[in-house]
Unconditional design. Structure first.
Length: 266
C-alpha cells in the first residue's frame, strides 16, 4: 500500500505556527520522521494559514526538497493556482501527487492538463458541485463520469486515484460500509486506483486510533491502494504491516518482522 504522510497540514496548530514563523527545521523534521516511519509521499497542505497560501506552499515545498532532494510530494490544495505554483517550485528528483480534482468541470479542465504534462499521479474526490454521495452506487457513478472526462483530456488513468471520501461513523453509521462497498466497484472501472484520508472515519469517537486501524485493515482487504495517514502513529504502522502480511503482499512476513525489529509495532 502506498502511504502518504499527512502531518504537514496547516489545520494542525503546530504546523500553522511553523509556516507562519518560517521554521524550516520544524517542517523538515516532520517530513523526515514520516519518511523514517514508512511514508512514500509527503502531503503538503498550507490552505489554513493566515498568510498567502501560494507563498506558504512555495516556501514549504522548497524547505522539504532542499533537505531531502529525492522526496516525493503530494500537493494538497483546494486552490488550483496553489497547485500550479507548487508544480513550478518542485524541482526534486521525486514523484508528485496532485490532491485533488473533483467532478467539477472547471477544476478538471484547469488541473488535469498540469498533471498530463508532468506525468504525475492525480487524486479525484468523488464529489461535485451537488455535494457528496451517500451510497456506494452514487460514488461509483461519479467516479465513472470523472474517468470519462479525465481520459478525454489525455490523462493516463493508471495514475488516477479515487478518494471515495469516508465520513464519520459517529454521526453516519452506514458510511464505512458504503465506502468499503464502493472500492471494488470503482476499481472495476479499469486501471484506476483508490485512496483514502483515513482519520475522518473516527471523528467524534474515543481512542480514534483503534477505529482507524480496524478500518485500514478492512479497506486493505477491499482493495484500497493508497492511504493518507500519520505513519508515525503506531496504530497505523501496525495495521498496515499486519494487513500486508495477512493479504499475502509481504513474502514470508519479512516486512512485518522488520517493522517489529524497528519497534514500529504496538
Ligand atoms: N482526502 C484527501 N486529502 C486529504 C484528506 C482526505 N487531505 C487532508 C486530510 N483529508 C488528510 N490530512 C490530515 C492531516 C492532519 C489531520 C487529519 C488529516 C489531523 N487531524 C487531527 C484530528 O482530526 O483531530 C488534528 C489533531 C492535531 O491537531 O494534530 O492532524 O480525506 N484526498
Amino acid at each position: 500500500m502506498l502511504i502518504i504522510g499527512e502531518r504537514i497540514n496547516s489545520t494542525r496548530p503546530r504546523i500553522q505556527e511553523a509556516i507562519k514563523a518560517r521554521n524550516a527545521p520544524g517542517i523538515l523534521k516532520e517530513a523526515r520522521s514520516q519518511l523514517d516511519a514508512g511514508a512514500h509521499y509527503i502531503d503538503i497542505n498550507c490552505a489554513v494559514t493566515s498568510g498567502d497560501e501560494l507563498q506558504d506552499m512555495d516556501w514549504a515545498i522548497s524547505v522539504v526538497q532542499s533537505g531531502i532532494p529525492d522526496v516525493n510530494i503530494c500537493i494538497d490544495s483546494p486552490n488550483y493556482l496553489a497547485i500550479e505554483k507548487a508544480l513550478k517550485v518542485y524541482k526534486a528528483g521525486g514523484r508528485v501527487f496532485i490532491n485533488s480534482i473533483t467532478g467539477e468541470d472547471q477544476r478538471i479542465e484547469k488541473i488535469v492538463p498540469l498533471a498530463v504534462r508532468g506525468d504525475t499521479k492525480l487524486i479525484a474526490l468523488t464529489m461535485d458541485e451537488t455535494g457528496m454521495p451517500n451510497t456506494a452506487e452514487e460514488r461509483f457513478r461519479l467516479a465513472k463520469r470523472i474517468v470519462d472526462k479525465v481520459e478525454r483530456l489525455g490523462f493516463n488513468t493508471e495514475n488516477l486515484y479515487f478518494d471515495a471520501l469516508i465520513r464519520p461513523i459517529s454521526t453516519e453509521p452506514d458510511q464505512a460500509r458504503e465506502f468499503l462497498r464502493s472500492i471494488p466497484m470503482i476499481k472495476a472501472l479499469g486501471r484506476v486506483k483508490t485512496i483514502c484520508g483515513l482519520s475522518n472515519v473516527s471523528y467524534g469517537l474515543p481512542s480514534r486510533g483503534t477505529i482507524n486501524a480496524a478500518f485500514l485493515a478492512m479497506a486493505a482487504q477491499s482493495g484500497l491502494d493508497a492511504a493518507i495517514l500519520d505513519p508515525t502513529d503506531r496504530h497505523m504502522s501496525s495495521s498496515i504491516a499486519a494487513s500486508m502480511a495477512l493479504l499475502g503482499g509481504d513474502e514470508y512476513c519479512a516486512g512485518y518482522i522488520r517493522a517489529f525489529r524497528e519497534a514500529k509495532l504496538q
